[in-house]
Design a protein around this ligand. Structure first.
Ligand code: G2I
Length: 475
């Protein structure tokens, strides 16, 4: 179920409503989908990525999931999720033999409700160890048993539901030698092969990954990793993939990024960009954000160009939630959405690289004779207590700033919105442009979306552009 990609479900301006997958883990509406969307719409990252058979993922911060704006974007834009913290050892087995499933279960439910793949992160890592493990004085036999029990318990609980697991994380030093972690000290270098064997036994359906940072170009560290993966494969150790974290710095994307992915792929393993962000010195400015957009696009393009690359995960989507400013004072703006959950140029860079349309996908038929605009008002998702609506207006004239108005049924309120500044007064909604979509060429399409607190069925309203009613698109 997690591997199926969401299918678009659409209500067009005629008012016929067809519901899609529920957005929230708690929502109970049975998802149904249309057989045919009226046309290919590549207006979200996940829709665009799916056309190449790749996933687009995000790290999810458990404590943000209750925020409707956050969870709305995570659901709408991404086809894979990674737990940013709640599947780490410290969080999941804080005391020996005592497991904390609340956060991981929440993520699994969220993924299931939104038809998303899950990337498990992470099992054997030197960092974020609980005190009992970091400070315990264990011999090799006991340490091996602790490792195997953790792997079999955690992977066993979600057997068949997690597509990929980071079995071993950050095992290397910068010079390509193995990191002198507690695992290496107590168990020797065989801990890596043994971890993979235990993982295969725990969940034969999951693809098993080794994951690291600063291995994004061809260098001493990535070559150490390459040699290890080559040797493990030659020895028949069950390792299926390599994760490239890709915590990048603006203007320092390695020129051999794609070549590096390809050399690993040529070993026969899957490759994934697992933790992508591109940080910059603050403050950001338009020029930096534009270069960042191009560099996000180059990473996506590298994955598209390497057939064994199965997807790209960003390490969170909003600058508001990024780990970067806390770790690198003075740096930030590393992700595709800004602090207010508005898409940045990097969002369009990713979308465009995947073949999506920042203008909102298929604009549909242009305005007919005499009409100034055509509007498609589409309920892309609907459940018992909410709807996600996508609005697209194709304008005859070029626009430099716009206001789109329509009404909602009495009692229905907008709870979040994107690609627009939106206000609601009673039943009337006014959606205005944001900076990045103020200018629309003649015949071009503007696109924005919003989420509401109601799943009520209603006919698509009349949509007006700058005070003039538009013709309803027929889909
Ligand atoms: O450091 C960036 C990433 C490098 N690769 C492995 C990833 O797992 C790692 O992610 C970061 C998270 O983004 C942070 O959110 O890993 C950090 C360390 O686990 C995470 O930070 C920690 C804070 O340092 C703790 O103070 C906090 O208690 O998050 C914890 C849970 O919120």
């Amino acid at each position: 179920m997690f591997s199926q990609l969401r299918r678009a479900a659409v209500v067009v301006a005629t008012g016929v409503l067809l519901s899609g997958a529920a957005l929230h883990g708690g929502a109970q509406a049975a998802p149904t989908t249309t057989d045919e969307a009226p046309s290919a719409q590549l207006a979200t990252l996940r829709e665009a990525a799916s056309t190449s058979g790749k996933f687009i993922g995000t790290a999810v911060a458990d404590h943000r999931l209750s925020d409707a704006t956050y969870s709305g974007i995570a659901a709408r834009e991404f086809s894979s999720v990674t737990a940013e913290n709640v599947m780490k050892w410290e969080s999941i087995q804080p005391q020996r033999g005592s497991f904390n499933w609340a956060g991981p279960d929440r993520l699994m439910q969220f993924a299931q409700a939104n038809d998303q793949q899950v990337y498990g992160h992470t099992l054997v890592w030197h960092s974020q160890m609980p005190g009992w493990l970091a400070n315990g004085n264990f011999g090799a036999t006991e340490m091996n048993q602790i490792m195997n029990t953790h792997i079999s318990t955690v992977m066993g609980r979600y057997q068949g539901q997690i597509n990929r697991w980071d079995v071993v994380n950050e095992a290397f030093n910068e010079d390509g030698t193995l990191r002198n972690s507690k695992w290496l000290q107590v168990l020797g270098r065989d801990y890596i092969a043994n971890a993979f064997r235990a993982a295969r036994a725990a969940d034969p359906d999951a693809k098993l990954f080794i994951n690291d940072y600063n291995t994004d170009g061809i260098n001493a560290k990535s070559t150490g990793l390459y040699n290890l993966v080559r040797d493990l494969r030659a020895q028949g150790v069950p390792i299926d993939g390599v994760g490239f974290q890709s915590h990048l710095i603006l203007d320092q994307l390695p020129s051999d990024y794609q070549a590096n992915l390809q050399r690993f792929a040529d070993l026969g393993v899957e490759v994934v960009v697992t933790e992508l962000d591109i940080r910059m010195q603050m403050p950001s400015d338009a020029a930096k954000l534009e270069r960042q957009s191009q560099q996000f696009a180059r990473v996506v393009q590298a994955c598209l160009n390497v057939s064994r690359c199965s997807g790209v995960t960003v390490w969170g989507f909003s600058d508001r939630d990024s780990w970067v400013p806390g770790t690198f004072p003075g740096e930030g703006a590393a992700l595709p959405y800004d602090d207010n959950y508005q898409p940045k140029p990097a969002y369009n860079g990713i979308l465009t690289a995947f073949g999506g349309d920042p203008g909102g996908g298929d604009p549909g038929p242009g305005p007919g004779p005499g009409a100034d605009c055509t509007a498609a008002y589409q309920v892309a998702n609907r459940w018992n207590a909410g709807s996600v609506v996508d609005v697209r207006v194709t304008a005859r004239q070029a626009l430099n700033g716009w206001a789109v108005t329509f009404t909602l049924p009495a009692g229905e309120s907008v709870t979040s919105h994107w690609n627009t500044q939106l206000t609601q007064s009673g039943t009337t909604v006014t959606a205005r442009n944001v900076a990045h979509n103020a200018t629309i060429p003649a015949g071009g399409t503007l696109n924005f979306g919003f989420q509401t607190n109601s799943g009520a069925v209603y006919s698509a309203p009349v949509v007006s552009l700058n005070g003039t009613a538009c013709t309803a698109a027929t889909g």
